[in-house]
Write a protein that binds this ligand. Sequence first.
Ligand code: SF4
Ligand code: MG
Length: 330
Amino acid sequence: SAVLLEVDDLEVTFRRSAGPGRKAASVPAVRGVSFQLEAGTTLGIAGESGSGKSTIARTLMGINKPSGGSMRLNGSDVGALRGRELAQYRQTMQMIFQDPYDSLDPRMKVSETLLEAIKLRKDKPASPLAEVYQLLDKVGLSKSFASRRPRELSGGQRQRVSIARALCVDPRLILCDEAVSALDVSVRAQVLNLLKDLQEDLGLAYLFISHDLSTLRFMADYVGIMYLGKIVELGTRDEIFERPQHPYTRALLSAVPEPVVVDRTVRLPRVRLTGEPPSSTNPPTGCSFHPRCPLAQEVCRTTAPALRMTSSGQLAACHFAEPEQVVAEA
Ligand code: SF4
Ligand code: MG
């Protein structure tokens, strides 16, 4: 299927002022991230907090400015868009956050929130209110919700309203940043199923950011694992969950409460993750994961491993991931 979004070598650096008498620090939040997202599919992004997951979404939304690299949507360079094209781009992509309280105006009725978003549309519907009811129906809420305010809704209902609002402008891509993380397990499953149904009906693509691997296992077609601003492993859901190659991915999977069945043919031992991730202001030399990696060797301290194709099909950035077999021609 067609590539909807292409992110190439994206860099995002923040300036952090360090207080009186101290030099401002530059924080490399995203360091050379590349991926493609096909129309109608889901790319999950996992990693601990501070790994740069949210920064990628915020940069795509134009909230953060990239310091390098490119983002292309349907083939056009996002950085070069102006005026009407930029407005159109903004509608193609919508974002849903962890806490809809942050994004839903507490004073506005659900109908007002949705009508405000419908107004942004190029093609004005004949009856905006009928459109509101239709949107509510799409997200599994009855007409009676139109007159309610956010505080009169449960967490799951608020998230359904956020989804309805995102759908108002007929987006192609929805960025979900920890969108179900605050919900309890049964409500979470309902919202995830709703997102899947909407994907099937509307052909939506999702960039699904979550620290929760079981959520990604359920939602994602492809998964990228981030560590200190870099993607360290990228592959299909099965490659990542059944044949993980990178020690950090294996550590994350080992930490999942319900043990994930790991392919016994993989020779890497189980990896325990110890310690906090180092500060992203000064990422460790070589492989950024080396201070926490039980498999680290001297080369890991000096040389950053490139993200390269492995024998099991995914990309991994580890000196000791098994490289793709290159078959010599006879
Ligand atoms: Fe561990 Fe070295 Fe691989 Fe980094 S390159 S993940 S430190 S073994
Ligand atoms: Mg975050």
